[in-house]
Design a protein around this ligand. Structure first.
Ligand SMILES: *[C@@H]1O[C@H](CO)[C@@H](O)[C@H](O)[C@H]1NC(C)=O
Ligand SMILES: *[C@@H]1O[C@H](CO)[C@@H](O)[C@H](O)[C@H]1NC(C)=O
Ligand SMILES: *[C@@H]1O[C@H](CO)[C@@H](O)[C@H](O)[C@H]1NC(C)=O
Ligand SMILES: *[C@@H]1O[C@H](CO)[C@@H](O)[C@H](O)[C@H]1NC(C)=O
Ligand SMILES: *[C@@H]1O[C@H](CO)[C@@H](O)[C@H](O)[C@H]1NC(C)=O
Ligand SMILES: *[C@@H]1O[C@H](CO)[C@@H](O)[C@H](O)[C@H]1NC(C)=O
Ligand SMILES: *[C@@H]1O[C@H](CO)[C@@H](O)[C@H](O)[C@H]1NC(C)=O
Length: 526
């Protein structure tokens, strides 16, 4: 059955959809291909579609390269001229992952495995890439996380922008990482700039483990695919993005201070779409909350469902509050759902957080959620589940606008008291408002910044002048001057050795001289 679907999907994969083609105007500033990570419905797609709409509003001819199972995003076929499709990997088993026992490493392995299969489906697809190449795009906007973008970018060999939806996420090749003060692993719970000696040792070990153990897994499979399909196999896949402009979603209001290369530009997260009114059912429910206000609960686009025990526990805790609760939960509704709780399959998160009645956000702290909470000055009870959530939660905690819980060990009591704590202590709200004001105070709105860089990369055919060649040619030991340190050490040791030798010889000579002179002394004494 699954195979049949895949075959059918692959047959329709190259069809160019859109019943009412919207021809690019003659004055179109450029033809852009956008290639987000598609794997079920995920936040990367949401982000890319926002960017695509911004580009379209300025007359760009925007085409999409999408997996087939982008879910309800099929509406895109009506919005965009051309949607190239390739068969997605089946990611429906995400619902069955057991987050209570799954390590971050296991999750990323799961992700790598899916992306790899998807990439193979794309590369092995007859003619898809040839068709794309024939379109002669001016620009490719690809996803930082999906390594297949590296292969496609090198193959097309056109100006490319890489968009990192989860923000600064460790890759030494892109943003030089100084393990002295930058936590290496995105899953790390270390605090930047405040690491003890022992924590720095841990961080360096993590760094070495990442490069030695993890990178071969994360990049190796894609390098093999590249070789198998003979696509620029001589190039180093890990270094593909050094030639491109990298737009990192983030802002140094929340992000830790760190050095970045000139081809790395931060672009803060929320491209504020015009506020939309809430859907009718949610609006009625929210309006009924009165002065107590509402609590918004959401664990991200990908995780709609938690295991039964957990769902019941959350439902029981949330039922205890006088506030009304809007909770995104897919599948079967928990039996203990209180009458103050509205469970919805999907919620307009930013519009809800913007609502005047919203008092608190219970979140997994994906970057979108983190930024939306910060922009709307909503205090957070953070319970990171996977990948970058841990670092995002730390950032909010550091800013004094969140209380963080350990998802794996939290209990009914700890959850309840955390929610009360954030609701009752006005400092959380005050700090959240301070963060929001800082984020709002920018030279140009992020939307204009984005458009400027898109134009820039097209006008100048990429950013080779910003490329840091040293990152291509030097290895990490050279970058950190370990080779020089080794040389200095050798010089010091050699000098000490030689000096020691000379000293010894000198002492021996003096002793020898003295012992020869002794009889003379005796004579003199007499
Ligand atoms: C995806 O996998 C699930 C089981 O993990 C299966 O029930 C479903 O039919 C599969 N979907 C497709 C499109 O193959
Ligand atoms: C990769 O290969 C393609 C097709 O052979 C070629 O057009 C392109 O220029 C190559 N890319 C790079 C970066 O060398
Ligand atoms: C650094 O960490 C220590 C404990 O690990 C904490 O007490 C201190 O407040 C932190 N300092 C800053 C500036 O965050
Ligand atoms: C997840 O793992 C925990 C701990 O081993 C176990 O108690 C729980 O039943 C598991 N949940 C599911 C849905 O398998
Ligand atoms: C929930 O039920 C309680 C008592 O049964 C009632 O007082 C309260 O108004 C109900 N709340 C909502 C939101 O319907
Ligand atoms: C909020 O920030 C202030 C400093 O501006 C800090 O003193 C305070 O502890 C923070 N509040 C919380 C709840 O962390
Ligand atoms: C954000 O800045 C604009 C002016 O640039 C101002 O009109 C607006 O009130 C600010 N919003 C917040 C929430 O501070």
């Amino acid at each position: 059955m699954g195979t049949t679907i895949l075959v059918i999907l692959s047959l329709v994969a190259t069809t160019t959809v859109g019943q009412t083609p919207k021809p690019a105007t003659l004055s179109s500033p450029g033809k852009v291909l956008m290639y987000p990570m598609t794997l079920g419905q995920n936040s990367h797609i949401v982000n890319f579609v926002r960017l695509a709409k911004i580009l379209r509003s300025r007359g760009y001819d925007v085409h999409l390269l999408f997996g087939t199972d982008a879910g309800s995003w099929n509406e895109l076929d009506q919005t965009f001229n051309v949607v190239h499709r390739y068969p997605s990997a089946n990611a429906s088993d995400i619902e069955s992952l057991n987050w209570s026992i799954m390590s971050a490493y296991q999750f990323v392995t799961w992700l790598a495995d899916k992306l790899e299969r998807q990439c193979e489906a794309l590369l092995s697809h007859p003619d898809l890439l040839v068709d794309i190449q024939r379109e002669r795009y001016d620009l490719l906007i690809a996803d930082f996380i999906d390594n297949c973008g590296r292969i496609v970018s090198d193959y097309l060999d056109i100006p490319t922008i890489i968009y990192s939806a989860p923000g600064f996420i460790g890759d030494a090749a892109l943003f030089p990482i100084l393990p002295t003060f930058i936590p290496v692993s995105p899953m790390s719970t270390l605090e930047s700039g405040n690491m003890t000696f022992a924590e720095r040792v841990e961080n360096v070990i993590e760094y070495i483990a990442t490069v030695v153990l993890w990178y071969p897994r994360w990049f190796g499979a894609f390098q093999s695919l590249r070789e198998k399909y003979q696509m620029n196999s001589s190039l180093n896949i890990r270094k593909s993005f050094l030639r491109t402009l990298v737009l990192v979603r983030g802002d140094f209001v929340l992000d830790y201070p760190r050095p970045v290369m000139p081809n790395v530009v931060t672009i803060e997260g929320v491209f504020s779409e015009d506020p939309k009114p809430l859907p009718h059912d949610i609006a009625t429910f929210v309006d009924g909350a009165g002065s107590d206000g509402i609590i918004v609960v959401c664990f991200g686009t990908m995780i709609g469902q938690l295991d039964k025990r957990r769902s019941e526990m959350y439902a029981r805790v949330l039922a205890k509050f006088p506030h009304r609760v809007v909770w995104r939960v897919t599948g079967k509704r928990p039996a203990s759902l209180g009458n103050n709780t509205l469970a919805v399959d999907w919620l307009p998160q930013n519009d809800l957080l913007r609502h005047a009645s919203t008092r608190l956000f219970v979140s997994h702290c994906g970057l979108s959620s983190t930024m939306e909470a910060a922009h709307n000055a909503i205090p957070v009870v953070a319970m990171p589940i996977c990948t970058d959530g841990f670092q995002n939660a730390l950032k909010l905690t550091r800013a004094g606008m969140a209380f963080s819980l350990d998802f794996k060990t939290l209990t009914e009591d700890s959850l309840e008291s955390a929610i009360w704590e954030v609701l009752n202590d006005p400092r959380y709200k005050r700090n959240a408002s301070r963060v929001a004001a800082l984020l709002n105070d920018t030279l140009v709105p992020p939307r204009d910044k984005f458009l400027y860089y898109v134009g820039y990369v097209i006008r100048h055919g990429g950013v080779p002048h910003w490329q840091a060649d040293v990152l291509q040619t030097m290895n990490i030991w050279q970058l950190l001057s370990f080779d020089i340190a080794a040389l200095v050490l050798i010089v010091i040791i050699t000098t000490l050795f030689v000096a020691g030798g000379i000293l010894c010889l000198g002492v021996i000579a003096i002793l020898k001289y003295c012992s020869e002179q002794k009889p003379a002394f005796k004579e003199h004494a007499q």
